[in-house]
Design a protein around this ligand. Structure first.
Ligand SMILES: NC(=O)c1ccc[n+]([C@@H]2O[C@H](COP(=O)([O-])OP(=O)(O)OC[C@H]3O[C@@H](n4cnc5c(N)ncnc54)[C@H](OP(=O)(O)O)[C@@H]3O)[C@@H](O)[C@H]2O)c1
Length: 239
């Protein structure tokens, strides 16, 4: 059985993985700070594992617009340090990227489609992807997820997504990890508006309609993902 180290394991997705991989390593931010090369090196030397699932990131688009240096430090430099350690210590690296690497002009994006983010958060995640691609043993997952109960009072009627709840995405990503997938995979559910996603059965029902034009930062319109490669791989064990 693969032994896994999760960076950012206390976050939304990491907390879901803890249920799936209870005996994996989940260092706190303090125990393994991805912006600190020495902290990474010390942790790698002291613990035994074969795969790193790199979740640690700064993920708020509005905060990153205000202070892009936070994303530069954590999402780009931090990811580069993690990649460097994985190369030197011969670890497989799994990186969680975002559907926001696409411009959102057409939707139904395939893994090989052209990438062109519309906001700084997504550029920083793409920066992480670039670093990961310098490794020879990686899995990049582009996805979108939210808490199991929709947390906001409003949801966009004019933004389209393949978003799923975090528990669904953690299981789908876990299947790729367990089958030792490599390369780039899109993971998500069916295309719908964020409003339809938010008001689906079992989620909070009193949600108001909102528009992406109402927020003071740029959001892509349609970053729905084509997940055919994922479905084929899970069914046949090959691409
Ligand atoms: N949410 C989405 O829709 C979505 C979509 C696609 C991809 N992703 C990606 O999926 C990953 C997980 O997202 P999430 O929603 O679970 O994020 P999250 O809840 O914000 O969790 C982020 C985690 O990273 C840790 N962290 C931040 N800076 C760190 C550092 N310098 N060193 C070590 N740990 C650090 C945080 O710990 P502290 O809180 O202790 O600082 C936290 O555990 C991220 O890479 C994100 O970009 C998210």
């Amino acid at each position: 059985m693969t032994t896994i180290l999760f960076t950012g394991g206390s976050g939304l997705l990491g907390s879901e993985f803890k249920k799936q991989y209870p005996s994996a390593l989940y260092p706190t931010h303090k125990e393994l700070d991805v912006t600190d090369k020495d902290s990474i090196e010390t942790y790698f030397k002291l613990h035994s594992f074969s795969t790193v699932v790199h979740l640690a990131a700064f993920i708020s688009p509005p905060k990153i617009n205000e202070n892009p240096r936070l994303a530069l430090k954590t999402n780009i430099c931090g990811s580069a340090y993690v990649v460097d350690a994985c190369i030197r210590h011969s670890k497989k690296l799994v990186y969680l990227s975002t559907d926001y690497v696409f411009s959102g002009k057409k939707g139904n994006y395939k893994e090989e489609d052209a990438i062109f983010p519309v906001n700084k958060y997504a550029w920083s995640k793409l920066g992480g992807e670039c670093a990961v691609r310098l490794s020879d043993n990686y899995l990049i997952i582009r996805t979108s997820f939210g808490p199991n109960v929709f947390p906001h009072e409003k949801a966009f009627i004019d933004q389209w997504t393949s978003r799923e709840t975090v528990s669904v995405i953690a299981k789908k990503v876990g299947m790729l990890i367990n089958k030792n997938a490599t390369g780039v995979f899109h993971v998500g559910g069916k295309k719908r508006s964020v409003f339809d996603y938010a008001t689906e059965k079992k989620r909070k029902v009193s949600i108001q309609k909102a528009s992406i034009k109402d927020v003071p930062f740029l959001l892509p319109t349609d970053t729905s993902l084509n997940t055919n490669k994922y479905k084929k791989f899970i069914k046949n064990g090959k691409i």
